[in-house]
Ligand binder design. Structure first.
Ligand code: ZN
Length: 218
């Protein structure tokens, strides 16, 4: 993706998060998109409502600013974005939010199980792991995320204990759509708890969904 394309899709993805109602009251989020192999375009400030191209900075995967400038608060979060791009070749975009349903799981330090069909359709068939809390931007926090990604090879998101969520996808639209599905799953779990709890899928559900999706594409 070129820098210009990345800016346009990041702005649309940020708007989509607000339109979908998954943002927390503070409007806090950070979004990035991979540019070439070794760089990313990232939101330069903590609040992303009404995001503009001038509020994005180009940063390399060592965390060095190539163009633009980052708010001090954003320097702390760059490491968790660059880590995902380094660990997952397929990642083209990373989004971090404090979406309320997912925040409940993060605060309870509980993994989010896969019991919602939309997650199967995104290929998120394994639970979203929780990274134990450590100060934002600290080596301990980034190393915890790396360990969770290593242990959960198929996950496209991690819950950050006592903090929020980090989701990634092939591009900003895909990462945003996954984040919306994850938030729906989290809210569904919380609501189902009052009805005796959600139920696991029957055996073979992921394979059945994959086959149905392949048939639909033919
Ligand atoms: Zn945060």
């Amino acid at each position: 993706m070129t820098e210009e394309d990345a800016a346009a899709v990041l702005i649309r993805a940020a708007e989509g998060l607000f339109d979908s109602g998954v943002m927390s009251a503070s409007g806090h989020a950070n979004l990035s998109a991979r540019v070439g192999r070794e760089q990313m375009l990232i939101t330069a400030q903590g609040a992303v409502r009404g995001l503009k191209a001038s509020q994005l900075a180009l940063v390399n995967l060592e965390g060095e600013v190539v163009r633009g400038s980052l708010d001090p608060i954003m320097r702390e979060v760059v490491g968790m974005h660059t880590l995902v791009y380094r660990e997952r070749d397929s990642a083209g975009a990373v989004i971090h939010t404090h979406s309320p349903g997912l925040l409940a799981f993060a605060m309870a330090n509980r993994e989010l199980p896969c019991r919602y069909e939309a997650l199967l359709r995104f290929g998120q068939a394994e639970p979203v792991p929780v990274v134990p809390w450590a100060p934002r931007g600290s080596n301990r926090s980034v190393e915890g995320i790396a360990r969770a990604l290593g242990r959960s090879a198929g996950t496209m998101a991690v819950l950050l204990g006592n903090h929020g969520v980090l989701a990634f996808g092939p591009d900003p639209a895909g990462a945003g759509a996954l984040l919306v599905a994850l938030e729906e799953a989290a809210r569904g779990e919380l609501a189902a708890a009052g009805l005796g709890g959600s139920r696991d899928f029957p055996e073979g559900a992921l394979e059945e969904v994959r086959q149905a999706m392949a048939r639909a594409r033919q």
